[in-house]
Design a protein around this ligand. Structure first.
Ligand SMILES: Cc1cc2nc3c(=O)[nH]c(=O)nc-3n(C[C@H](O)[C@H](O)[C@H](O)COP(=O)(O)O)c2cc1C
Length: 171
């Protein structure tokens, strides 16, 4: 089985998820950062996994373009999708918004794999948005008060990532 994993990542969280998934997958795996190159010869793969992070509800342009350019072909393949984001409960909303309603049906598996908030890498506006996102997470209001410019919140869901890979391995 040959799997193509494509992703884009701004601060590294989606990259980390993609690498974890690639390690768990059986068979041949090609891991491509869409910000660095475009995959060739999609036809040689049995399944495709797309990974993206969410910024104010949206995935990156490169992920959207990859999907739009290969939409029809991808509908003929087993497709997996993982979103690195802090508000995992909104996954359906994010998929509809970024990939359209119809595509949900063609997915074998979709997950929100959690996210990483590295406040040291963010600019002022990003920090403000992320403090709000974190504050709104259930029970995190008090924790949000302690956030400094050095805070790194790693909320990746390793269990969900492993479950996702397991499903994609059931070919
Ligand atoms: C400016 C900014 C906006 C964000 N907006 C959202 C959002 O709308 N919904 C969400 O669930 N997570 C949001 N996040 C969290 C990111 O999706 C999360 O940190 C993710 O792990 C980043 O992945 P990356 O480093 O691979 O780009 C936001 C993060 C930043 C910095």
């Amino acid at each position: 089985m040959k799997t193509l994993v494509v992703y884009s990542s701004k601060y590294g969280a989606t990259k980390k998820c993609a690498q974890m998934i690639a390690t768990e997958l059986q068979g041949e795996v090609e891991l491509i950062n869409l910000l660095e190159k475009k995959p060739k010869e999609l036809v040689k793969f049995d399944q495709v996994i797309i990974g993206a992070s969410i910024y104010v509800g949206s995935v990156s342009k490169v992920v959207k373009s990859f999907y739009e350019e290969n939409k029809e072909f991808l509908a003929t393949k087993r497709l997996g999708l993982f979103l690195s984001c802090m508000e995992g409960s909104k996954i359906e909303e994010y998929i509809k918004l970024n990939f359209g309603e119809k595509e949900i049906k063609s997915l074998v598996k979709q997950i929100a794999c959690g996210g990483i908030l590295d406040f040291g890498k963010m600019n002022f506006f990003e920090r403000t948005i992320c403090k709000m996102i974190y504050k709104n997470k259930e029970g995190q209001n008090q924790e949000a008060q302690k956030i400094t410019k050095k805070t790194v919140l790693d909320c990746l869901d390793e269990k969900a990532i492993k479950e996702f890979a397991k499903t994609m391995n059931q070919f």
